[in-house]
Design a protein around this ligand. Sequence first.
Ligand code: IPM
Ligand code: MG
Length: 364
Amino acid sequence: MHLKIAVLPGDYIGPEVMAAALPVLEAVLKKSGHTLEHSTHDVGGAGIDNHGKALPDSTLEACRAADAILFGSVGGPKWEKLPPAEQPERASLLPLRKHFTLYANVRPGLLLKNLIDTSPIRPDRIPNGVDMVCIRELTGGLYFGPKSTTDLAGGDIEAIDTMVYRKSEIERITDVAIATARARRKHITLVDKANVLQTSVLWRKVVAERIKATAPDINLTVMYIDNAAMQLVLKPAQFDVLLTENMFGDILSDEMAVICGSLGMLSSASLGAGKNSLGLPFGLYEPAGGTAPDIAGKGIANPCAQVLSAALMLRFSFGLDAVATRIEAAVKKAVTSGTRTGDIAFGKPSVGTKAMADAIIANL
Ligand code: IPM
Ligand code: MG
């Protein structure tokens, strides 16, 4: 297979982990007899610095021409003084998600038994590790609803973000959760705030009806967001597929990631209705941990999340499940055998970004 991808490294540690992940991708594809064609494009702060805007037209064009987007991360202190609407996150990542209708964000939370020491949770609370997936709605809710900031009479200022959801948006993300759960332990936990929010009342109704009508084999549990945040720390192993709206998913997926070891291990796939030239889902694949400006330029960032995001890309956008599994197994072997970046070394000797990637390649 010939794989055509657009590579958007972004800012701070984005380009560092991308530079480490691409050789892993190239190596595994070569070993499996596939060819990779990739072009690299500025996005986020790099787009602002080099083209005057966070999502340059040429970058968007390259994404349209590709079968998948491998994304790094964007944003950071350098661009924080710009007007909010022009800042990297709001002006590149969110428009990309919206432009390609990437409504389903899939974030795997996997903590293997032999890596339990990387979790902040007491090992006796998670004797079998954690194996869950967060399915986060990605193109609705507070992120995309009507917004305003108004100067009021008397000098006060009012800012408004609006949480908007339609039945159709909830149905399509529920379908993703159902498909995900079917391939796993068949258990969906819907997280909402139905004791306060109208949108959550709609979520509860639509998700329950959808499961009843189309997936009676799936077990549904409903949980309020505050309780879910607590349950995730208390008993993370109770979760199989966690389904939730955009903002709650943003928060809970970071919590899930750190429970499963580190934000530096959290990969993600953002999928939508669109198909690529192979007839497979077009998607954007990104580590969920952000640009980490505090460690940028030091060569110590954990490249695993970027590598694992590339694996998700192979699985979802190219149908190369076995090759994806090969990458995931190599990451596990490298980490288990003690090659670890600082974020998962816990005082033991640690390696840099490149050495971590080299160890993954050696284990492919
Ligand atoms: C994520 C990130 C983004 C989000 C930011 C960078 C806009 O935190 O992918 O989780 O909030 O969706
Ligand atoms: Mg986030």
